[in-house]
Design a protein around this ligand. Structure first.
Ligand SMILES: *Cc1c(COP(=O)(O)O)cnc(C)c1O
Length: 363
C-alpha cells in the first residue's frame, strides 16, 4: 500500500534520489563540514542567553528584518544603495534564486563550473531546471572559453560561482569571473557565492554597482554560526524585489535574528577566529605535504582538498580512528583520490595528520 502511494504521488526523480547524507558525528572529530571549531567566548554566550530570553517568541518575526539587515549592510561591506535578502542558510537563498527563474513554459538552465557545491545542481533539479556543469581545468581554474561557449549555447538564467570554490578551495581568477558576468549581460544572473569570504578576504561585493546582473551571496555558517542558519544575498533593488516575492515571509526565525544581530555586534571575535583558522591552515598544509604520496591543493577557505594514494582506504581508516572527513573521489573525475578536510583546532589538526600518516603506513 505504502509503495503504491509513493509511486502514485512522489516524483520519479525524487524517488530516485538519495537524501543528503549527514552522518551521526557523536564521539567523532568532525572535520567534514567546514564548521568553525570554536564557540563564542563564555562571556558572550552568557550575554547572548539574556538577549535570547527577551526574544518575542509568541509573535511571528517582523518580516522586514530591518535591524538585522542594517547590521549586515554596515558590518559586511554591502555597497551604498544596495540591500540584502535573508535566507534560512544560503541553501535557502540558492533555491529562492532558482525558483524565481525556473519557468514552466520552457527549458531553464542553471549553470556552474564543476566540481561545485552540490546544492546548485540539486536545487536546480528540484525546481525542474536543467543543470549544466562546465568542468574546471586540471588545476581547478575556470575554463573561460568553455564557460563562455556553454553560456552561448545554453543561455543559462543563473550561473553560480563559488568564490572560493567548494570543494577545491581556490579563488577563481577575477578577470575570468568578470568575463562570465559580462557574457551573461541582461540574459543571465551571476551569483558569486562567498560562503568562505571570511577566510579568503576577497570579495565581489564592491563590484555590485558595476554589474546589474551580479549578486553576491554569503552566510554566517562558515564564520562560526552554522547552527543558527543565516545566509544573505546582496543585490540591486530591482532583482531583490523579485527574489523577495519568492522568499517565504517568515523564513528567518526570531532566535536566529537575535543571535545574528548579537554576533554582528561582536564580529571582531568571529573574524579573529577566522584569522586563527587561516594561520592553522598553513601549518596543516605543510604537515600534510610532507607525507609520502600526498598532494595538498592551494586553499583560501577553511578547508583543504588533499589527494592521497587511496582515498577510500584513507577515509575508512580515519573513520575507524573516529575522525570524519569527506571523501570527494567519486564526485568528479578531477577529484580522483581526493579528500576534503576542515581546518580545525591545533589539537584536532594534529590528530588528523597523525591518523592519516598511520593510514598511509598500514596501507
Ligand atoms: C557551506 C556552503 C554553503 C551553505 O551555507 P549555509 O548558509 O550553511 O546554507 C553555500 N555555498 C557554499 C559554496 C558552501 O560551501
Amino acid at each position: 500500500m505504502t509503495s503504491k502511494l509513493i509511486e502514485n504521488t512522489i516524483r520519479p526523480d525524487v524517488r530516485a534520489l538519495s537524501s543528503y547524507h549527514v552522518p551521526d558525528a557523536s564521539g567523532y572529530i568532525k572535520l567534514d563540514a567546514m564548521e568553525n571549531p570554536y564557540q563564542l567566548p563564555e562571556r558572550l554566550r552568557n550575554e547572548l542567553a539574556m538577549r535570547l530570553a527577551d526574544a518575542v517568541l509568541n509573535r511571528y518575526p517582523v518580516p522586514t528584518y530591518a535591524t538585522l539587515k542594517q547590521k549586515i549592510r554596515a558590518t559586511l561591506g554591502v555597497p551604498e544603495g544596495f540591500d540584502v535578502i535573508l535566507g534560512n542558510g544560503s541553501d535557502e537563498i540558492i533555491s529562492i534564486v532558482i525558483s524565481a527563474v525556473a519557468r514552466t513554459d520552457r527549458r531553464t538552465v542553471i549553470m556552474a563550473p564543476v566540481p561545485a557545491f552540490v546544492m546548485f545542481a540539486r536545487s536546480a533539479q528540484m525546481a525542474g531546471c536543467d543543470f549544466v556543469g562546465v568542468p574546471l581545468t586540471a588545476d581547478f581554474s575556470l575554463d573561460r572559453e568553455a564557460m563562455l561557449a556553454a553560456i552561448a549555447e545554453h543561455q543559462p538564467a543563473v550561473v553560480f560561482l563559488a568564490y572560493p570554490n567548494n570543494p577545491t578551495g581556490n579563488l577563481f581568477d577575477e578577470a575570468d569571473i568578470e568575463a562570465i558576468v559580462e557574457a551573461l549581460g541582461d540574459t543571465g544572473i551571476a551569483v558569486v557565492d562567498e560562503a568562505y569570504g571570511p577566510f579568503a578576504k576577497a570579495s565581489f561585493m564592491d563590484r555590485l554597482p558595476r554589474y546589474p546582473n551580479l549578486v553576491v551571496m554569503r552566510t554566517l555558517s562558515k564564520l562560526g554560526l552554522a547552527g543558527i542558519r543565516l545566509g544573505y544575498l546582496a543585490a540591486g533593488a530591482e532583482l531583490l524585489e523579485q527574489f523577495d516575492k519568492v522568499r517565504p515571509p517568515y523564513n528567518v526565525n526570531v532566535l536566529t535574528q537575535v543571535a545574528a544581530e548579537f554576533a554582528l555586534d561582536h564580529i571582531d571575535v568571529l573574524n579573529a577566529q577566522a584569522d586563527a583558522i587561516n594561520a592553522e591552515r598553513s601549518g596543516l598544509a605543510a604537515a600534510l605535504s610532507a607525507l609520502p604520496g600526498v598532494t595538498v591543493f592551494p586553499s583560501r577557505a577553511n578547508f583543504l582538498l588533499v589527494r592521497v594514494p587511496d582515498a577510500d582506504s584513507a577515509c575508512s581508516q580515519l573513520l575507524a580512528d573516529k575522525i570524519m572527513i569527506k571523501n570527494m573521489s567519486k564526485m568528479h573525475g578531477l577529484l580522483a583520490n581526493c579528500i576534503r578536510v576542515t581546518v580545525s583546532t591545533p589539537e584536532e589538526n594534529t590528530a588528523f595528520v597523525d591518523a592519516l600518516r598511520a593510514s598511509l603506513e598500514t596501507r
